[in-house]
Design a binder for this molecule. Structure first.
Ligand SMILES: NC(=O)c1ccc[n+]([C@@H]2O[C@H](COP(=O)([O-])OP(=O)(O)OC[C@H]3O[C@@H](n4cnc5c(N)ncnc54)[C@H](OP(=O)(O)O)[C@@H]3O)[C@@H](O)[C@H]2O)c1
Length: 291
């Protein structure tokens, strides 16, 4: 049994990690307001209080557009706090899994990006997460960087809920059809993180559900699986949907290293979506017209 500390324990992925890892290990979750990891000394005091063998660092500033306007806060949470935590882990001899993102890549390669592809983010969120990765690599401890993308799952606002609500409220829903990526179900990612913690060697990993799609394709599949006519989802271009942050056109994460360490295959994203919709049906059936 390993003692695991999960930062961001109240977030979408943090909650999935707690649920998954609790079955086999002694797991503690921390989040705001237990301690703001941007403050010096908080990471070290969490380490001395909990004495973990391994830290899964999911805490982050995850509002991609908000990171453009709250640039300092995003940097403090994603880069500075990660540097504090990586140093505290190295000093305590604990391993560190750092959750990172497809947005460290520019998105100009239609083939996608492997673990070894160079970081070249095109928005501030991606830059702060890339600096977090560099801090983890430089701290001198045992580390894994696990990049993921397009997360959905229990416990947080996410694209699946947004599309369900839009379909309940409007006859047509426009969704961008020129951004491609890999949807990822938080509980499936938590299972990969658990596997890596138990079996993985240090380094960078890419972990998503299998397959890729555009946001438009994802939305049509949500419509199909929830009994709506998928044609109610209409394609639009990124240019028609201006946002503060630029987004990569293609941020497919090619996962090679998980296969090298014999990690079990992740389900295809469509199957993961079905699992999430079944979870929603059990826990919070959507009422027609719900905001
Ligand atoms: N969501 C995605 O689509 C996606 C895609 C690629 C990668 N990732 C990465 O995956 C990880 C998990 O994402 P998620 O969607 O589960 O995130 P999330 O739901 O936003 O959870 C992050 C948690 O971190 C907490 N937090 C923020 N600032 C903190 C601070 N200074 N000190 C301590 N805790 C703090 C947040 O608290 P508050 O809510 O109170 O701020 C929140 O509970 C992140 O590292 C993210 O960068 C996410």
């Amino acid at each position: 049994m390993v003692k695991v500390l999960v930062t961001g324990g109240a977030g979408m992925l943090g909650r999935a990690c707690l649920a998954t890892m609790r079955e086999r290990h002694a797991v503690v979750g921390v989040d705001l307001p237990d301690g703001d990891l941007t403050l010096p000394g908080v990471a070290a005091s969490l380490m001395s209080r909990h004495r973990p063998d391994w830290v899964v660092h999911t805490a982050a500033f995850t509002d991609v557009d908000g990171a453009e306007t709250q640039a300092e806060r995003a940097f403090a949470v994603n880069a500075t706090a990660t540097a504090h935590l990586a140093r505290a882990c190295a000093e305590a001899g604990a391993g560190l899994s750092y959750l990172s993102t497809d947005y460290v890549f520019p998105g100009d390669n239609p083939e996608g990006y492997g673990e070894e592809s160079p970081r070249a983010p095109i928005n501030h969120y991606g830059q702060t997460k890339a600096r977090g990765e560099e801090a983890v690599e430089a701290a001198g401890g045992r580390w894994q960087i696990v990049r993921t993308s397009w997360l959905f799952g229990p416990g947080s606002k996410n694209f699946v809920l947004s599309i369900q609500k839009a379909l309940a409220a409007r006859s047509q829903v426009r969704v961008v059809a020129d951004q491609t990526g890999c949807p990822t179900y938080a509980p499936d990612l938590a299972a990969v993180l658990l596997f890596l913690l138990e079996n993985g060697t240090p380094g960078i990993y890419h972990a998503t559900n299998r397959g890729s799609c555009t946001w438009f394709g994802f939305a049509r599949e949500i419509a199909r699986q929830t009994g709506h006519d998928p044609r109610r989802v209409m394609a639009c271009a990124t240019a028609d949907w201006p946002t503060s942050a630029r987004r990569p056109a293609c941020s497919i994460l090619l996962s090679r290293r998980l296969e090298d360490v014999d990690c079990p295959q992740r389900p295809p994203w469509e199957q993961a979506l079905a699992a999430y919709l079944a979870w929603l049906e059990r826990h919070q059936p959507l009422r027609a017209g719900e905001e």
